[in-house]
Write a protein that binds this ligand. Structure first.
Ligand code: COA
Length: 220
């Protein structure tokens, strides 16, 4: 089945499949299984996302590769496929450019998050990093969060040594809130951005569509 028809059928049951965020040829869409398999190939490839030995920077990712890494990624992604509620909703978005799947960006609100707070997380295939796409994708997620979804604050976390992720956060207006050591022993730097700080960094011409059904599901 055509990917967009499949997404439309899924959107009737899971409204996050109706979301579409676009900017200058880059599109964020909830991933189909075919796209998840393409992403799983990147995850499975040694050094596909971070240089060997730096997996700890991905916070909570084990040092696996090949089929084990692909299965771990797919099972994590499938667990996110649940009906959104005001208490918890997750919107994983494949990063697509010219028909290619380049990475994954997730906007979510978890059970213990204060009302109005969204979490952002993302990764790109290593070959796509360092040319401004990570910053653009984060600002596209924030356009969705602070625009039609009406969130008031977004939070993220990065390993202390993950300079690229921390630089993207700073470039998008996040400020450090606290540090904590995760169960894997990695020092995490937590940061947050408000609507006012994001407005100063906002991208022009981001097109956001298909939000109404998700908004109806997550409104308390
Ligand atoms: C983190 C990530 C999404 C950033 O995306 P990217 O496309 O590489 O970053 P960009 O090219 O958009 O760079 C954005 C900013 O970070 C800076 N930056 C990028 N890589 C950097 C590095 N290694 N060291 C220092 N600064 C860096 C850029 O100079 C740019 O700064 P500016 O906006 O002030 O000019 C990407 O590198 C990635 O997928 N990394 C692996 C996965 C990961 O670590 N995800 C986050 C887990 S918490």
């Amino acid at each position: 089945m055509d990917a967009d028809l499949l997404r439309a059928d899924l959107a009737a049951l899971y409204p996050q499949y109706g979301l579409r965020v676009a900017h200058q040829g880059t599109v964020l869409l909830a991933p189909t299984d075919e796209e998840l398999l393409e992403l799983a190939d990147i995850v499975a490839e040694p050094g596909g996302i971070v240089a060997p030995g730096r997996v700890g920077e991905l916070l909570g990712w084990p040092e696996d590769e090949g089929a084990a890494a692909a299965r771990r990624f797919l099972e994590w992604a499938w667990r996110l496929r649940e009906a959104p509620t005001p208490a918890r909703w997750r919107a994983p978005m494949a990063v697509l450019d010219g028909g290619r799947v380049l990475g994954l960006a997730t906007l979510a609100h978890e059970l213990d998050d204060p009302a109005g707070t969204a979490r952002t997380a993302s990764w790109l295939a290593r070959a796509e990093q360092g040319r401004g796409l990570g910053r653009r994708v984060r600002l596209m997620l924030l356009e969705l969060a602070f625009g039609p979804l009406g969130m008031t604050r977004a939070v993220t976390a990065a390993a202390e040594g993950n300079e690229a992720s921390r630089a993207v956060s700073a470039a998008c207006g996040y400020r450090e809130t606290h540090r904590a050591t995760g169960s894997d022993g990695v020092l995490e730097v937590h940061a947050a951005v408000t609507v006012a700080a994001w407005r100063k960094k906002r991208l022009r011409d981001v097109d956001v569509e298909g939000v109404d059904a998700l908004l109806a599901a997550i409104r308390s």
